[in-house]
Design a protein around this ligand. Structure first.
Ligand SMILES: Cc1cc2nc3c(=O)[nH]c(=O)nc-3n(C[C@H](O)[C@H](O)[C@H](O)COP(=O)(O)O)c2cc1C
Length: 202
């Protein structure tokens, strides 16, 4: 056990966290994190509460040409899964999927990988995977990059599951896109604490 006394607040960190916001996929471009920055981002991301130390999550990283290849392959899978769709609509959505991973230089798929456990419930394990996604986004921001957390069609597609070799009870917790945005959007309205906080018993 390490002994410690309370450290003073890190105001720079607080300001940085208060400035974090997502950017759209289309506004993400190069540069992305290099391999050592990406390792640091993933290390920070996986530093989450994890009931039972089950590590019920893992990462699939897409970068370089693999982003284009995977987007192309997924567009074909999408078309096969949506055979009944009206053709012009299908062509439009297939085109969107064909560009899915092509904007951000690095895309990380966070896979929730729940384990058999008598300690942690499945819900707790999924919450831990959600915490990984959020930590990942925060780490991206801390290193000076921009990102977003998306779900979309792949998270509900059996074909996409198979393509990325998810097994058993695994599912996609999030698609995290990482890059640099030329323009940062205005911040969205943030929650009003008066509306969401109850100081018990109220
Ligand atoms: C689990 C999860 C899935 C999401 N999936 C999408 C999505 O597929 N498409 C989308 O436009 N936004 C999606 N969002 C919302 C974006 O992340 C959104 O841009 C974000 O909430 C903006 O808030 P921020 O600026 O605080 O990051 C998702 C959010 C979460 C938590």
């Amino acid at each position: 056990m390490e002994t410690t006394s309370r450290v003073p607040p890190d105001n720079a960190l607080i300001s940085r966290l208060l400035a974090r916001r997502s950017v759209t996929s289309q506004s993400l471009s190069f540069p992305g994190p290099d391999s050592s920055q990406l390792c640091q981002i993933l290390e920070l991301a996986s530093r989450v509460p994890d009931h039972g130390n089950l590590e019920p999550w893992r990462f699939i990283v897409l970068q370089g040409i693999e982003r284009e290849q995977a987007s192309h392959d997924l567009a074909e899978i999408y078309a096969l899964e949506k055979l009944g769709m009206e053709p012009s609509r299908l062509a439009r959505f297939k085109g969107i999927i064909a560009r899915l991973f092509t904007y951000a230089p690095v895309v990380v798929l966070v896979v929730a990988s729940p384990q058999q456990s008598t300690v942690a419930t499945i819900l707790e394990q999924h919450l831990s995977a959600g915490a990984v996604c959020m930590n990942l986004l925060t780490a991206v921001h801390a290193l000076g990059f921009h990102g977003n957390w998306l779900s979309g069609w792949i998270t509900s597609s059996a074909g996409a599951r198979g393509y990325f070799r998810l097994h058993g009870e695994e599912s996609f917790a999030g698609v995290i896109q990482i890059g640099t945005a030329a323009e940062i959007p205005h911040d969205r309205n943030r929650p009003d604490l008066n509306r969401i906080v109850t100081y018990w018993p109220g």
